[in-house]
Design a protein around this ligand. Structure first.
Ligand SMILES: Nc1ncnc2c1ncn2[C@@H]1O[C@H](COP(=O)(O)OP(=O)(O)OP(=O)(O)O)[C@@H](O)[C@H]1O
Length: 259
């Protein structure tokens, strides 16, 4: 597997994704450079989560090609649904970590085991080493003292911080966030955003975020993409996108959100 700095780490080339008769991505082209922090904003149902789910190999697509950290996959003839070997999918998936809106922690495992299990089982890392790393990550998200608790004993914000530590434990080169604060009570949003803000300073980590937290998007992103009806209508530096959007649809969307 190559890690070529001249190539984008994520590249969608002419990707078409349909759910039955509904075309969600139509000839979609999009790339992200290594270390770049990119936010997708746009109306509900426009296909933002689908982009992340395809990257995480949770959704097949019908046409086009996806390249992730030098590994490509595509539909050979552009016909029918994409299928790849489990080994190939795993190669792709191992580059990517995803933080979902719902935290998806294993309820029967302690916080520490939630962070330790995947590196041990999937990557084959020795348990002691995985635990050391997990404890460091739990410290980083401020939950070292909760390592022996179960998810049900934590607040939503704490659970989401564990989910972030768990994603990082797999040492992904790309971290995806799908509305990571949408399921939280407003008073818990800040603690999660502050962890993500800290990660945004990590030079080598590529981050792709879907969020409705516009102020946060402006603060952490290198690039903001306005996504509508399965394509990127406008993109640019956050200050340009939020300060002087050019496209009518971007303006309309931002004024509906920002008032
Ligand atoms: N598994 C599925 N089966 C059928 N349709 C789906 C499926 N998943 C998503 N869709 C549809 O695909 C379209 C894009 O959905 P997606 O979740 O990617 O949008 P989104 O921009 O992330 O929206 P939101 O901001 O509300 O999460 C929507 O019309 C949705 O109803």
């Amino acid at each position: 597997m190559t890690d070529n700095n001249n190539q984008p780490i994520i590249e969608f080339s002419n990707v078409t994704k349909r759910f039955g008769a509904l075309t969600v991505l139509d000839d979609f082209n999009f790339s992200v450079a290594k270390g770049e922090k990119v936010t997708l904003i746009g109306p509900s149902g426009s296909g933002k989560s689908t982009v992340l789910r395809i990257l995480m190999t949770l959704e097949p697509f019908q046409e086009g090609k996806l390249t992730l950290a030098g590994t490509s996959y595509q539909q050979p003839n552009g016909k029918g649904a994409f299928r790849a070997s489990e080994k190939h999918l795993r190669q792709i998936r191992n580059h990517v970590g995803m933080v979902f809106q719902s935290f998806n922690l294993f309820p029967h495992m302690t916080v520490l085991r939630n962070v330790v299990e995947a590196p041990v089982r999937v990557l084959g890392i020795a348990r002691a080493e995985a635990e050391d790393r997990a404890l460091d990550l739990l410290k980083m998200v401020g939950l070292h003292d909760k390592k022996d608790h179960y998810p049900s004993q934590l607040s939503g914000g704490q659970q989401q911080r564990v989910a972030i530590a768990r994603a990082l434990a797999m040492r992904p080169s790309v971290l995806l966030f799908d509305e990571p604060t949408s399921a939280l009570d407003p008073q818990l949003v800040g603690e999660v955003l502050s962890v993500i803000r800290g990660l945004a300073h990590e030079h080598d980590l590529t981050m792709l975020l879907v969020t409705h937290e516009m102020r946060f998007a402006r603060e952490v992103s290198d690039r903001v993409c306005f996504f509508d009806k399965g394509r990127i209508c406008e993109q640019g530096a956050p200050d340009d996108m939020f300060g002087s959007p050019q496209e009518a649809r971007t303006k309309e969307f931002l004024s509906s959100i920002l008032g």
